[in-house]
Design a protein around this ligand. Structure first.
Ligand code: ZN
Ligand code: FE
Ligand code: FE
Length: 167
């Protein structure tokens, strides 16, 4: 369903659509992370991705909680944005032979995913507040904090190791 679909008339409709979009995106990320974990040769990056995989499974659960609080069934709508980010990461990672360079590519891909999520959760929280659902905003804030921490972790891995080995 496109963003300007006729079914979206109110901020409430937009909010639910964006929840459905993130429900799709988080499940897509749960599917993509094991592949990234397999590809990396950095123990530090592997550990970071593994712990974020566990967090991401919980992001799916939190979205189900958000749907429930809102009084609607969990549902996914296609998110071409996350599909594109993950497809691009697969393409780039598939072309890199050098292991250190591959790790740098994986960090970059991971950060693109986190930045997308940070942007979307920031908007969802603002809309939840706007429609008077601070209870739902609070659930989403817990996830946003973990996305930001994951992004920072990837930055510190890149700065400390992955990129330096790659040059
Ligand atoms: Zn997430
Ligand atoms: Fe999306
Ligand atoms: Fe994430």
């Amino acid at each position: 369903m496109g963003l300007f679909s006729k079914d979206i008339k109110t901020v409430q409709d937009l909010f639910v659509h964006q929840l459905q979009d993130m429900y799709y995106a988080e499940k897509r990320i749960v599917g993509a992370l094991p592949d990234m974990i397999d590809k990396t040769t950095s123990p530090q990056l592997r550990a970071a991705l593994q712990s974020h995989l566990a967090e991401t499974r919980n992001h799916v659960t939190r979205l189900e909680k958000a749907f429930k609080l809102y009084g609607t069934e969990p549902k996914s709508v296609d998110c071409p944005a996350i599909d594109g980010i993950i497809e691009e990461a697969d393409d780039v990672a598939g072309e890199v032979a050098d292991k250190a360079v591959l790790d740098a590519a994986l960090v970059a891909a991971g950060q693109a995913v986190e930045h997308y999520e940070i942007s979307r959760y920031g908007t969802l929280i603002a809309w939840a507040e706007q429609i008077g659902r601070n209870d739902i905003a609070q659930v989403l804030r817990d996830t946003l904090a973990e996305e930001k921490a994951a992004d920072q972790k990837l930055t510190s891995i890149a700065e400390s190791k992955v990129n330096r080995v790659a040059v």
